[in-house]
Write a protein that binds this ligand. Structure first.
Ligand code: IVH
Length: 728
């Protein structure tokens, strides 16, 4: 008898009565299912993406208003895979890199000069650059195969991101299908939220939380709101959040998009992506800076956050030749807008002890909002900095924050200084262990370091804990569920004293030697207690098992991560990669480090021959392995964990793994370019000829290196012969 008398679809959700809502939910289930079928199974969408999004959103809103009426076959539960406890990982086919920053006009001029020099361009040769806003959002890689969106992933650590496909499918700016695209096409760009939508969302969340009587933390800024919305385990929530997407780059492609950046982005636009309208093609540094000023002048009126302008060399063959240095392209740079400033009171100076014993003074501030973020701490760098700016506790200070950079104290407003404020005295002992703190002498320069360091080594609890934190950090072992707070708690009670202990926890737990069930490991290692302060019985077996699983998953680890995790002075992610690709295996690195103690040894010379490794870094490696407790810790760790052999940059190139020395004048490219290319092919580039050299590439004017090669019987190639070998 329920005859359809009126069109319910035009009634706002807020005005529906329960009977109408029920009918609407039934209708929506059917319409959404039909649309899905037309889209996915029949390849013939019957409605537009926007109409589809509207159907889903209405369905979701009705369900929120009438939770009891939610149907068992609700489409909200069906977006993508079933909600899981965590996102799956997605390995990027082509790494997602970051950008180097420029802060001043001169940095931009230097960038252009550098690029011209690398390419060996004459003064009269024109180079074009694109200039476009740097969107302050969250970068995404969208992988299309055969024109269908298959995987959307966040940047993650650049190599591996999180698979957020189900969520990305709910963003209407992201085309789900492409016509006329290369068979494999990865489009990269930024997901972001507009200022208006951000305000509305925060207001809505607050209202909803109030209705449900829940506490509510608003999002601090549109970037956080975008990231928080995209990283929802329930894609239906993402669907209810207003997200947008600008495309500006690409990853893997089965055929080139165009010959220039400008045309490639135009092609993306044609394929249906939104591209930023404020993109220009510039001919000179003056043009670039003029466009920068133009964008800066409009910044406040754009309606979404940007934090600078990105310049990219236009010709894609030039981009290819320029390549990358560690994590950033040589062919692009981000020209940041000036940092935002605020005034507040510096209440106290605390000293933090880092993993290498460095004492870092930190300013504790009266909380203040700078650029949409509440700032409570600022770095003071070192004793010199405090002295130079004469910063005292209780002072009123100007602080600044640029993008994701740690806030800094710019200056003291001396006029507002309180009477009797005393000059700050930097401690001469470690605040954690009481050992002497000294300014070490740098072996490379013979000068005293500006940083003061605790001499306590591993007896200093702060250093031990910081090393462990570094060990599990994102670019090292990256163990899910084992973060800063857990490490602090486990170290404090003696469960984890050194890295190997992490991997023996499960065995010790099973043998009854430790009891992790006492911990609420989900919640920062804090022990669960009842109202009377008594420890609660274990309730978290599952989380402990998950932790063990996450730990076991890391028993095989890539070589660069392993080396980085050790926390060797001056060896971070970049140098760890250099060592990994030079030595290939941990054993080889370990042996070389031990043999390099003698700085006359071949092992030491070989280490210094690695492009990018200097005396200071080599000394850090030697010193590290010179310490018995470090060697013991490494040996213990190796009983539990197996570092994988390093992947060669391009294993199939005949020059991969070979050591090459360039000497004399090269004619078709600059020395810098030749070096960069060889490295990209997996070869090792050395500055000196030795028994380990495979090839010497000699151009006109080659002298002593050529002579040495001939003496040692090393193969000598002309530039042309090298090019043929490398490109075969
Ligand atoms: S190009 C090889 N263009 O900035 C690097 N990046 O700091 C290609 N970003 O990870 C990036 N707006 O998330 C590029 N117009 C733009 C951008 C942009 C924002 C982000 C991107 C990147 C980060 C680097």
């Amino acid at each position: 008898m329920a005859k359809k008398t009126k069109d319910l679809s035009s009634i706002p959700v807020g005005k529906l009565v329960p009977e109408e809502a029920e009918l609407e939910l039934t209708r929506l289930v059917e319409e959404i299912a039909a649309a899905d079928k037309a889209y996915y199974a029949n390849d013939k969408p019957q409605i537009t993406d926007a109409e589809y999004d509207a159907l889903r959103r209405r369905n979701l809103l009705i369900e929120k208003r009438f939770p009891k009426l939610k149907r068992p076959d609700s489409p909200s539960d069906k977006v993508g895979a079933a909600p899981s406890a965590k996102f799956e990982k997605a390995k990027h086919a082509v790494a997602m890199l970051s950008l180097d920053n420029a802060f001043h006009d001169e940095d931009v001029a230097d960038f252009v000069k550098r690029v011209r020099k690398f390419l060996g361009l004459g003064d009269d040769e024109k180079v074009y650059f694109t200039a476009e806003p740097k969107i302050d959002g969250l970068s995404l890689n969208l992988r299309y195969e055969g024109g269908v969106l298959l995987v959307a992933a966040t940047r993650g650590d650049g190599e591996t991101g999180e698979n957020v496909t189900a969520n990305a499918l709910t963003i209407s700016d992201i085309p789900k299908r492409l016509k006329g695209a290369p068979d494999i096409l990865e489009v990269r760009g930024e997901a972001y939220m507009s200022h208006d939508e951000f305000e509305t969302l925060n207001a809505r969340l607050e209202r909803e939380a109030e209705e449900e009587g829940k506490a509510h933390e608003p999002f601090a800024n549109p970037r956080n709101a975008a990231a928080g919305s995209l990283r929802q385990l329930d894609a239906a929530i993402t669907a209810s959040r207003p997200l947008h997407f600008f495309a500006y780059s690409w990853g893997e492609i089965s055929e080139p998009l165009a010959e220039t950046q400008w045309e490639a982005v135009a092609r993306l636009k044609k394929l249906g992506f939104k591209i930023n309208a404020l993109t220009a093609r510039c001919q000179s540094v003056e043009d670039m800076l003029a466009h920068y000023r133009g964008i800066e002048a409009q910044r406040a009126r754009l309606g979404y956050d940007i934090d600078g302008v990105v310049y990219k060399i236009d010709r894609l063959d030039y981009q290819e030749r320029l390549g990358f240095v560690s994590r950033a392209p040589r062919w692009a740079i981000a020209h940041k807008f000036p940092a935002e400033k605020a005034t507040t009171v510096l209440e106290k100076i605390d000293i933090q002890v880092g993993r290498t014993g460095k004492l870092t003074p930190v300013a504790r501030l009266k909380p203040v909002t700078v650029g949409g973020v509440v700032v409570e701490n600022a770095t003071l760098h070192n004793a010199d900095e405090i002295e130079r700016k004469d910063i005292r506790e209780g002072d009123t200070v100007v602080i600044q924050r640029a993008g994701d950079v740690i806030p800094q104290v710019v200056e003291v407003i001396v006029g507002e200084r309180k009477k009797g404020a005393r000059k700050y005295k930097f401690p001469e002992t470690c605040p954690v262990c009481g050992s002497h703190a000294v300014n070490e002498v740098n072996p490379a320069t013979g000068k005293a370091d500006v940083d003061r360091r605790c001499t306590g080594g591993l007896i200093c609890n702060a250093q031990a804990v910081e090393r462990l934190k570094h060990f599990v950090s994102r670019n090292a072992f990256d163990i899910e569920g084992l973060g800063t707070k857990q490490i602090e708690a486990f170290h404090e009670d003696g469960t984890i004293k050194e890295p190997a202990d992490i991997f023996t926890m499960e065995k010790r737990q099973r043998a009854g030697k430790i009891d992790l069930y006492r911990y609420d490991v989900d919640d920062a290692g804090a022990r669960k207690k009842d109202k009377n302060g008594k420890e609660k019985p274990p309730t978290n077996k599952k989380s402990v098992d998950n932790l063990f699983e996450a730990i076991n998953a890391r028993r095989a680890i890539s070589l660069p991560r392993f080396i980085n995790a050790l926390g060797i002075r001056h060896v971070g992610e970049t140098n760890a990669r250099l060592f990994a690709s030079h030595y290939g295996s941990f054993e080889a690195f370990y042996e070389a480090a031990k043999a390099a103690r003698d700085d006359q040894s071949e092992a030491y010379q070989d280490m210094l021959s690695i492009d990018g490794i200097g005396a200071l870094v080599a000394q850090g490696v030697v010193d590290f392995f010179d310490e018995t407790h470090n060697r013991n810790a490494v040996d213990n760790l190796l009983k539990e964990v197996t570092p994988q052999e390093a992947e060669k940059a391009s294993g199939d190139s005949p020059v991969a793994g070979k050591t090459v020395v360039f000497t004399g004048t090269l004619e078709t490219m600059t020395r810098e370019e030749a070096k960069a290319r060889a490295l990209a092919l997996g070869a090792k580039v050395s500055g000196s000829v030795s028994g380990k050299t495979d090839y010497v590439v000699a151009g006109p004017g080659a002298g002593s290196k050529l002579k040495k090669a001939e003496e040692l019987g090393v193969a000598v190639l002309t530039e042309e012969e090298w090019a043929r070998l490398a490109n075969r």
